[in-house]
Ligand binder design. Structure first.
Ligand code: NAP
Length: 279
């Protein structure tokens, strides 16, 4: 009789204890009836290279990678176009003996928008706040979906300019003070800064100046409903939240490791919401 070993993946971070990754993947393993596992591996930066290069020897079929290892993961693997464009890898898997990587924040962001606010991509112009790692995934996804003009506002405008230089003519860096001027022509507003997160300053943006059909997305998921999303809902605008993005970005890794595409269900969302609320 052939003995089949259960497949296992891991989440590598430093620190890593707060990650919801195992909660999400165990839900899918359970509901799909797959024998497998997902564990947290707290790996300090000076041990990361050795850990990743011996991932399969350690018994893993792949991994999620989080702060502070995402750039290093890119350098140590064979990245796809998304990971290269974002400059960071968060999902690793083997093809034969070769360790590949991608950045699933791109599809997490886009698939969540599709699920929550279908038709959002009829917007010709978008306003993205922030020019950090998450913003790069957002901007890349918006360009892939054909948004013609992306206004990019960042506190440090040089970072927005650098991002525009990389991503091309559809990205228009603007100073933070100019946000009010582009709100009336933006069919999509995205917060990819950490503003509005618990413990961070509030995000001061007047959603009343957006067009009536505008969609508002916030990457922040602590709190689950940010003041920005609450204000957008009050105005009757469609919204997409950070938890939705977090759940959608986990789909691809699971599919690559366990060979079945899982669904983001309301039951899964409730499970993770409860965990975040009780944290
Ligand atoms: P990051 O690389 O550190 O970038 C942070 C961004 O926030 C920068 O644009 C920074 O502007 C801006 N910022 C910080 N404090 C500010 C302030 N006081 N005023 C104005 N702007 C400020 O972080 P990141 O990885 O891009 O993450 C950004 C947010 O997205 C975080 O809240 C993170 O949790 C969230 N996120 C969510 C998901 C998800 O799945 N939902 C995925 C990834 C990230 P400067 O350039 O001027 O410093």
């Amino acid at each position: 009789m052939t003995e089949t070993k259960a497949r296992a993946a891991c989440l590598i971070g430093w620190p890593a204890a707060h990650s919801r990754s195992p909660l999400i993947h165990h839900y899918w393993l359970r509901t799909l009836g797959i024998e497998g596992g997902d564990v947290i591996e707290a790996v300090p930066p000076d041990e990361f290279q050795d850990f990743v290069l011996r991932l399969s020897i350690r018994g893993f079929v792949g991994a999620n990678v989080t702060i502070p290892h995402k750039e290093r993961a890119l350098a140590l693997t064979k990245p796809d176009a998304r990971a290269r464009a974002v400059g960071a890898a968060n999902t690793l898997w083997y093809e034969g003996r070769e360790l590949h990587s991608t950045n699933t924040d791109v599809e997490g962001f886009i698939n969540n928008l599709d699920a929550c606010a279908g038709g959002w991509d009829t917007a010709e112009e978008a306003l993205v706040l922030g020019a950090g790692g998450a913003s790069r995934a957002v901007v890349f996804g918006l360009i892939e979906r054909g948004i013609k003009r992306i206004h990019l506002a960042n506190r440090t405008v040089e970072r927005a300019r650098a991002l525009a230089d990389q991503f091309g003519a559809s990205v228009h860096p603007i100073p933070w003070e100019a946000i009010g001027e582009v709100l009336p022509c933006s069919g999509l507003l995205v917060n990819s800064t950490s503003l509005g997160m618990h413990g961070q300053p509030a995000l001061e943006v007047d959603v009343g100046r957006l067009p009536p059909q505008a969609v508002v997305a916030d990457l922040v998921y602590v709190p689950l409903e940010t003041p920005l999303l609450a204000a957008a809902k009050m105005r009757g605008l469609k919204t997409a939240d950070g938890l939705g993005m977090l759940l959608h970005q986990a789909v691809r890794g699971f599919e690559l490791w366990f060979a079945q595409r899982p669904a983001v269900t309301s039951e899964l969302r409730a499970l993770v919401e409860a965990d975040l609320t009780n944290a």
